[in-house]
Design a protein around this ligand. Structure first.
Ligand SMILES: Nc1ncnc2c1ncn2[C@@H]1O[C@H](COP(=O)(O)OP(=O)(O)OP(=O)(O)O)[C@@H](O)[C@H]1O
Length: 465
């Protein structure tokens, strides 16, 4: 099974002799096989030889070892090669021997966006399942249904030659009359996962692996942390449990909590100056005022549709407003945010993934994890901001959210590919916020004049060629 041009694993073709991994209810992506004509062909198609990058010791894709050396089961090795992976990336090479060791040990793993963390934890879950038992044995939590569905596609692709059974714990997915989940691996979001456990639909008595993807986000006390903790507390005590936390970012305030959540974990950490992905070139445009951001975005439309682009806004209503206005003016854009219902969200992301929509206007809901190879441009229409708590627990002013910025721009430049990010600023405050991000990451953000789209196009061509 090779990856589509849009970065998703297509389902097994009809000619495939070996049955695909079974799911009690297969993800929509697994049922579709988009015709090649649906897939975007970019004029700037990146001709990176991944094997070459994987030979460069300074690249996070560098690796000297082979998957064979990991002692994986032959069926899993077959799944890996079927996905088109020839060598492990650096995080896979470093994490997998530790993750697969017996007795199982916890792991806190950090590596830049798009460097293959998913395969590391998916392989671990798959290699720890006892397929003779029809009971849940591994749980994986992600911050959004979109990411949960993507992770599931990797579980199914990698487990294609195994008898793995999978199930989702995402909102409105399971029919209400399901009383017992017998699948081996459950992937979902924390609230729904906890509800299924609480209702005893999900029996966790045999769960031995617990994975948090985007772990810093999943443990954030102001966000998903509470639900994640409830899931963890529901897992059996006094039984071996391997806890695996992965993310591209672990801000200091989460790092210490992560250590308590996953005690005695093996740790793979990045230094602050290693957080940025080399292949992403960062730009900014200084707009005259907030309203001009819309005009600039419209003027960029031609460039946005060369490959695929994601436009990030701070609020749902901004995403809706921009997309309605652009649509009314004859541009083809889609918008996705958390206020839309599950089925609609699934079809929006699938349309984008399959290249039917080239421009996706969204919020932080898909800032993390989403892996679509053809995305070569990310626009921060609004910079990512967060409020902090003061010593009295009160929320303070909005500050630039460096972690979310990294995750957002990391939707491009996947696994050694090239990408472009553009930030819109429109006054001193927003410029200062961007500058703070620039300083925190130690990477220059280059100015492009708002009326000089030729330079922008040139820069894009130069960088993406
Ligand atoms: N060893 C490998 N060889 C070739 N391609 C790989 C390998 N490992 C992963 N990939 C591909 O690299 C891409 C990025 O992987 P993945 O989505 O796991 O990144 P990630 O590190 O989880 O990123 P993020 O931090 O954004 O979630 C995927 O398209 C995946 O199929």
């Amino acid at each position: 099974m090779q990856k589509d041009a849009d970065g998703f694993y297509s389902p097994a073709s009809k000619d495939d002799a070996t049955p695909a991994a079974t799911t009690s209810e297969k993800p929509e992506e697994e049922q579709k096989n988009p015709p090649a004509s649906d897939l975007i062909k970019s004029t700037f198609e990146v001709s990176v030889t991944l094997a070459d990058q994987q030979a460069d010791p300074n690249s996070p894709l560098y690796s000297i070892k082979t998957f064979e050396e990991l002692g994986l089961h032959a069926d899993l090795l077959k799944g890996i090669y079927d996905m088109g992976f020839s060598k492990p990336s650096k995080i896979q090479e470093r994490a997998l021997p530790l993750l697969l060791k017996d007795p199982p040990q916890n792991m806190i793993g950090q590596s830049q966006s798009g460097t293959g963390k998913t395969a590391a934890f998916v392989l671990t879950m798959l290699s720890r399942i006892d397929f003779s038992k029809n009971k849940p044995q591994a749980l994986c939590l992600a911050p959004s249904r979109e990411l949960a569905r993507q992770i599931m596609s990797v579980v199914v692709a990698m487990g294609k030659f195994t008898p793995v059974q999978t199930e989702y714990a995402i909102k409105d997915h399971l029919p209400p009359d399901v009383t017992r989940i017998t699948a081996h691996i459950i992937v979902g979001t924390p609230g729904t996962m906890f509800n299924l456990i609480r209702k005893r639909t999900l029996d966790v008595s045999d769960v031995g692996v617990f994975v948090l993807d985007e772990a810093d986000n999943m443990l954030d006390q102001d966000g998903l942390g509470e639900q994640t903790l409830k899931v963890k507390n529901a897992l059996p005590k006094g039984k071996p449990l391997q806890i695996i936390l992965f993310s591209a970012t672990f801000p200091d305030h989460v790092r210490s909590f992560a250590g308590k959540f996953a005690p005695n974990a093996n740790k793979i950490e990045l230094k602050k100056n290693e957080l940025s992905v080399e292949g992403i070139k960062q730009f900014y445009m200084d707009c005259k005022h907030e309203e001009q951001k819309y005009d600039i975005l419209v003027s960029l439309y031609k460039l946005l549709t060369i490959g695929q682009s994601i436009i990030f806004c701070q609020h749902r209503h901004t995403a809706d407003r921009i997309s309605q206005r652009m649509t009314a003016e004859g541009h083809k854009v889609a918008s996705l945010h958390g206020a839309k219902d599950g089925t609609e969200r699934d079809s929006i992301i699938d349309n984008f993934r399959e290249g039917r929509d080239k421009v996706l206007i969204t919020t932080n809901v898909i800032a993390r994890g989403i892996d679509i190879m053809q995305v070569n441009m990310v626009v921060n229409y609004d910079l990512p901001l967060m409020s902090e708590r003061d010593n009295f627990g009160n929320k303070t002013d909005m500050r630039p959210d460096v972690e979310t910025y990294l995750h957002r721009i990391g939707r491009t430049g996947r696994f050694g590919r090239k990408g472009i990010s553009v930030n819109f600023v429109h006054d001193k405050r927003t410029w200062d916020q961007m500058h703070e991000i620039e300083l925190a990451l130690g990477r220059e953000i280059v100015r492009i004049e708002t009326d000089d789209l030729d330079t922008m196009e040139e820069q894009m061509k130069k960088h993406l060629k």
